[in-house]
Design a protein around this ligand. Sequence first.
Ligand code: NAD
Length: 310
Amino acid sequence: YNVSDMKIITVIGSGLIGRSWAMLFVSGGYNVKIYDNQPGQSTKFLSLRKQLVELEEAHMLRGELSAAQQLALLSSYDDLSQALDGAFFVQECVFEQLEVKQSIFHDMERFVGKDVILSSSTSCLVPSKVFSKVQNRSRCLVSHPVNPPYYVKLVELVPHPETAAAVMDTTHALMTKVGQAPVLLKKEIDGFALNRVQAAIIAESWRLVQDGVISVKDIDLVMSEGLGMRYAFIGPMETMHLNAPKGLEDYMSRYSENITRILSSFGPVPDFCGEAAKSVINVSVMVTELPCSVLIKCHLSPQRAIQYSI
Ligand code: NAD
């Protein structure tokens, strides 16, 4: 594959994530064909057009093409086979329900050649489940975006156990070409990388509040005024490497005993929904104010921004 020679990408599902992928792919000069099986497709399509024009006016449009040029690359279909015709890459963005995903991939396979890459946006389902009804699984992978993908560049590429290396490489090249920051997982795992790290942070933050060690407001400050400042620019590995005069090995020889002791004091998975969780949840609702920067930066509706911030 050479992603510069390929021209057509199909996006399946025109919800929040499908529309965002469509905007990204047209920003890279690809023809994007969108398919959705629910009524209201044309309204969603119009909102996409409006968004691209607004982004151009705000000088925030991605890619080299004008909004008019990007709009000319977009088309919308009610028929799955027409939507898939000519595509080299398919990005699925339907509801996060295993049966819905399994069945749409099964349907798709009837209409595409064996080399067409089938990619899923799933947040929480592992590839071996999503693609269990696909015959040729060597062309399947998960490309997990972070919401909103137009502004957050990370994409986790997660292989099925049978995925061909060339499929991972092509998808990596495609994501890079449209300006995203792809990372490769070498094998599938529940939660992929981002959600596993996020779950660890959530668990410990929750536990510290629930155990009466710190307030909700202050644990958020630990992230927004401390760790987050650092991690917005460099990752945990690089941070450790820079935090000891002789690098990572030196860092571990100094601090690994502390880290191991702290880690072994972590308890089991906290109670997130039961009686014990009420103390955390009731306080959070009182102190949480939606920062208006989220609204401005993400161009989201207040409804979406609230969901995003949660
Ligand atoms: P959404 O509900 O906004 O959109 C889903 C769209 O899929 C709807 O337009 C619906 O009509 C369409 N659809 C449903 N079944 C279909 C079918 N069989 N054929 C064609 N279209 C169908 O959902 P979303 O937030 O855009 O999420 C889509 C996927 O992206 C999910 O797998 C989700 O886990 C993943 N994802 C979401 C986020 C997020 O924060 N929203 C982040 C990363 C990944």
